[in-house]
Ligand binder design. Sequence first.
Ligand code: HEM
Length: 484
Amino acid sequence: TWFTLCVRKRQVGEPPLENGWIPFLGVALEFRQNPLEFLRSKQRKYGDSFTCKIAGNFFTFIMDPFSYSAVFRQGKNLDFQTFAIETSRKVFGHADFNDPIYNRNYKEIHALFRQTLQGPALHNLTSSMMENLQTVMLRNKTSEWTTEGLQSFSFRIMFEAGFRTLFGREEKPSEMENIEPTMDNFNVFDRAFPEIAAGFPIYLLKKAYTAREALTERLQHKYLKKNHGLSALIERRMNLFDQMPYLDELGKARTHTAMLWASQANTLPATFWSLYYMLRSPEALKVAQTEVERVIQESNQKLDKMKKTVVLSKEQLDSMSALGSIIDEALRLSSASIMIRVATENFVLNMDSGKNVSIRKGDRIAMFPQMIHMDPEIYENPTEFKFNRFLDENGQKKTFFYKNQRKLKNFLLPFGSGVSECPGRFFAVNEIKQFLALVVFYYDMELKDPATPVDIDCSRAGLGILPPKHDVLFRYKLKDCISE
Ligand code: HEM
């Protein structure tokens, strides 16, 4: 019958196979409802690798963290870029950079990530972000307590500062464009992101489509070229795109919308969770305050009305290991990204256990690091926030974690790994650290209702950092010595 024709049969050497009951969807609904529980139950049934049909594609899940490296090493038979560009095109509507007419230049564009987001380039980004954060935070200098949603507070400050750090700003602060419409467009588009990435045509999601097009309009070169303080990343991308004869102006701008999304979509919820967990734990807040005071005092800066901005160098930020641990722990608790590779040939994957698994051409390999982040064998009481989980006995960054008494290489993967590892990861952690250091330095803060926990919204599982289900109120007030 038609149904049996659609159902794939497991072949010798292949992992156990689950076709699901619904011919095309396979197990998509079950998976989307609760990926963590779904994968745990399949792992109990099948062991460390199994194949599931999800929305027309076959995914082989690798569950054993010791076997992740085997996948990362398999450059020859596994492709990331083709699939990533396809997904990105669906969402942002940019050109097909897999097409040979763009591909040569795309390699150069891709190489820019590392050149402009890491190493020496990080110094400029860090100092620009530091200034932008303080411009936004100190715009309002009232000495009154203000009540606001914690999500709204952290999103609006990080969005504006992050946007201006990458895309620049008007020369005179008095002429600074109101960022709100851009932020609203970003939020509307981002909310629809899961549907669009899953294949739902954006043209049918009118609000999201309009928002995306408005962001793209805004990011055209004719506007960006007027800005001051453009990041090297955007400046050099603009130069390269200007040399690509097949791209029109909107085509170039669509790639900048993709960059805007990549730079903000995960950073915003990660900042929220870092601040939220820090405020919810009196111990974490105390340790953070002590660390910020130490670093600021060491560099002879103090709070006063005259001083324009606080400066924290990249080295000082690197030395703030308590804030680093708070951020890592918040990332561990909220990250739910999925790593996907596509098999370009039939091949055999050698698992860490010695088992060999046959993979078919066209199938996908998937890894879901939340399984590691929530593994009680690796992290005791994994659902609990422990501010010092990533600190060793000397208060330095802890780098040893174990499973089955074996040292684990891949224990914290909010930024992915291997060829798809996030090139912005150092900048991302830095900017969250800067944000935390500055709010601790400038404000007195308290959660309105610290006893009630905030639930995580799991509907975006697979896409990165999960947002909170709803906002929480908190109040803040500029410290007396700085308010006007
Ligand atoms: C890719 C996470 C912040 C730029 C990725 C990927 C992950 C990730 C998991 C891989 C996606 C995949 O496998 O398909 C995060 C998290 C962040 C963050 C958790 C914040 C907490 C940033 C920032 C930037 C950035 C601030 C830039 C300023 C990028 C870019 C890619 C990427 C350009 C695509 C790389 C490629 O195509 O090879 N990010 N990211 N990210 N991220 Fe980030």
